[in-house]
Design a binder for this molecule. Structure first.
Ligand code: C2E
Ligand code: MG
Ligand code: MG
Length: 638
């Protein structure tokens, strides 16, 4: 009997079953499908052996039983092909309805195939050692099995780029082995290879993809980063809620120094071992040497969180052999569906972990809708700023500044705007705080400065419009940059700009944070011929000492300070006192935020030199600003 190959197949399948079932399953869809496919293939090879035995003993059994056994064997072949197809489709990123529709269609084809094979006649060949079946039923089997194999190959071919490349390779190999076996058996019917080809396919799938060991992290015994990605991706695709706790070591020495990764792994191993007793929790280790605990139930998650804290606090105790110097950081996500997909999940866990590292006072952070939406807004704004810088959508508006002595506009402030892709203008209040944090403000600042220089030069603002200088804001970040003066001087030289056309605005916070660098920058720029203003005077903790220290020529009263004059008698005294002191230092004043004629008149009467505010004009795009200053549409205030 030609049965040895099949017996080998059974032994191999038994081994694969043993290794597959030895590990606790992670719960991936592909894992379940693989076991089903294994089941069908095992059945297939058993039926293969039974059919050979039945044909060899055909004179002892009824024709019906013989046909039933042989047909069940060949039917199981097309079932095996069908599962091959369904298994490979589980990796395609189809919309769920498309996936289901496709699977229903293939199931219908499978059932029709099964029916046809059972109905059509089958013939047997037995001579010496050579045993096989043939006839219409077998031809139908070839057709249906080939159909499934070809559809699988076609789909892997067109959808292949979306697939896990390992899975793609494994499935292509499996299908090719099948085709070779089928063609060989078709040409030489006594070589019964098809059943064994399925076993070879199983070997490939097992070693390439479905070996549960491949999902484990060797050092800690937890599931590995790959498994975390696959598992959470699947749960997001099915829209299933889960809760997550990220545990990150807080001992810099362990995490950062070379060769200490072993020590970090040992610490993580200790935590995993300690938490082995916690039921219904899946523990993963990430590439960054953190642990992620996943569980279904939010209520339960709080218990796990408490437990984890206790375990790790114990590890920090003095008398432990395995010691943590500091308790780890925790990021707790009570409900995964607060985030849209697995990419966001990782981004969030990682981001908040990093965020916490800087501030070591609090070692756990619990994510909620609010924190997440704030973070997303910040991310979106950051993307918007970057695209605006790259797409040249940083614009400069100009707000005229009126001289109470000359009764005309003598200068202007350059104020940055971003235009989004829909053409809407975004005011600086929304993006400057984000840009200050991530450092993009320096690039924005330079762009604004360059555009302002070009604007002054191209329109000959001083000669044609009587605008003596333009004030440009400097961010705190820029003031901390030792190369600021050099960069700005280079830009002015490029535009051949008279330096006295520029007045740079600094703020008190810049002078507090980077006084020495700022003073050096100011010295170089002032030697070159640029003047400085102190912006935002009057906001919060304004301190006259800063004015004494800073070599500025103008002080700008912010809107609150300007308007305090009209608020109360007391505020008015403070404002007048500040004004007198500033004038005593031979500095000039710009009053910002003046909105009415009455305010403008009062400020002028008080003796403040310049007025900036909506009363005269809001900040305007370059063209409109030129029209305004050319059109003499200046409101007389006297
Ligand atoms: P700032 O430098 O104090 O600019 C004055 C702000 O007051 C401008 O707001 C201006 O539109 C507004 N303003 C002027 N007159 C009135 C008024 O009568 N009423 C009211 N309610 N507001 C008035 P904007 O353009 O939104 O700028 C806000 C802040 O953004 C600026 O305050 C400045 O700190 C910052 N900023 C603007 N452009 C730049 C820039 O190019 N670089 C840097 N680093 N910061 C900038
Ligand atoms: Mg300003
Ligand atoms: Mg200001």
């Amino acid at each position: 009997m030609n049965i040895q190959v099949q017996c080998c197949g059974i032994v191999v399948l038994a081994l694969i079953w043993y290794f597959s079932l030895r590990q606790k399953p992670l719960g991936l869809a592909s894992e379940k499908l693989f076991l089903l496919t294994m089941g069908v293939n095992s059945f297939c090879i058993i039926m293969d052996i039974l059919s050979i035995i039945a044909i060899n003993n055909m004179e002892h059994i009824s024709g019906f039983l013989l046909a039933l056994i042989c047909k069940t064997y060949i039917v199981s072949l097309i079932w095996s092909g069908y599962f091959g197809l369904i298994y490979s489709r589980s990796d395609f990123r189809y919309a769920r309805t498309k996936q289901v529709k496709g699977n229903i269609l293939y199931t219908i084809i499978l059932l029709i195939g099964t029916l046809i094979i059972y109905i059509l006649p089958i013939y047997y060949y037995l001579e010496g050692n050579v045993v096989y079946t043939h006839g219409p039923s077998c031809i139908a089997t070839y057709i249906f099995a080939l159909l499934f194999v070809l559809v699988t190959l076609y789909q892997v071919g067109i959808k292949g780029k979306e697939m896990n490349p390992k899975r793609r390779r494994a499935i292509i190999m499996w299908m090719c082995i099948w085709i070779i076996a089928a063609v060989t058996q078709f040409l030489n019917a006594n070589l019964l290879l098809v059943g064994f080809a399925s076993v070879l396919g199983m070997i490939i799938l097992f070693f390439e993809l479905e070996n549960p060991e491949a999902n484990l992290d060797r050092e800690t015994g937890a599931y590995n980063a790959h498994a975390l990605g696959e598992y959470t991706k699947q749960r997001y695709e099915k829209q299933e809620r889960f809760s997550a706790i990220l545990v990150a070591l807080n001992d810099r020495a362990i995490i950062e120094s070379d060769g200490s990764s072993q020590q970090a792994d040992k610490m993580l191993w200790t935590i995993v071992r300690q938490t082995d007793k916690i039921k219904d929790v899946k523990v993963f280790k990430t590439m960054e040497r953190e642990l992620v605990f996943l569980m279904d139930d939010e209520e339960y998650m709080w218990d796990v969180f408490q437990n984890l804290k206790e375990y790790t606090d114990n590890l920090c105790g003095e008398n432990q052999t395995e010691q943590l110097k500091n308790p780890p950081y925790f990021v707790v996500l009570p409900d995964s569906l607060m985030l849209r997909n697995v990419e966001e999940l990782f981004l969030m866990l990682r981001n908040f972990r990093v965020g916490k590292r800087k501030n070591s006072a609090e070692n756990s952070i619990i994510l909620d809708e609010n924190k997440i939406s704030q973070y997303k807004e910040k991310e979106e704004m950051e993307a918007l700023i970057r695209s605006a810088i790259e797409g040249d959508r940083i614009e400069v508006f100009y707000q005229p500044i009126y001289s109470t002595k000359q009764h005309r506009f003598v200068s202007a402030e350059a104020l940055v705007r971003i235009r989004d892709l829909d053409g809407n203008i975004i005011p600086p209040g929304r993006f400057i705080p984000v840009a200050e944090k991530n450092g993009l403000i320096s690039r924005i600042g330079e762009r604004v400065f360059e555009k302002t220089c070009a604007f002054i030069q191209e329109n000959r603002l001083r000669e044609q419009y009587g605008i003596e200088y333009v004030e440009v804001n400097l961010s705190v970040r820029q003031c901390e940059d030792p190369k600021l003066a050099e960069t700005y001087i280079n830009i002015m030289e490029r535009y051949k700009l008279e330096p006295s056309c520029i007045n740079l605005e600094i703020t008190e916070s810049a002078s507090i944070r980077a006084k020495d660098i700022l003073l050096e920058n100011m010295r170089v720029l002032m030697d070159y011929g640029v003047k400085f203003s102190l912006d935002d005077f009057g906001n919060g903790e304004s301190n006259l000492n800063y004015i004494v220290d800073m070599p500025v020529s103008i002080v700008k009263f912010d809107r609150d300070m300007s308007q305090s004059y009209f608020a109360s008698q007391k505020a008015r005294f403070v404002m007048e006192a500040a004004m007198h002191m500033i004038h005593d230092m031979k500095l000039e004043i710009v009053s910002e935020g003046i909105e009415t004629e009455e305010q403008a008149q009062a400020i002028e009467t008080l003796g403040i030199e310049y007025i900036q505010g909506y009363y005269f004009s809001k900040p305007l795009p370059g063209g409109e600003f030129l029209e305004l200053v050319a059109g003499k549409s200046v409101h007389a205030t006297t």
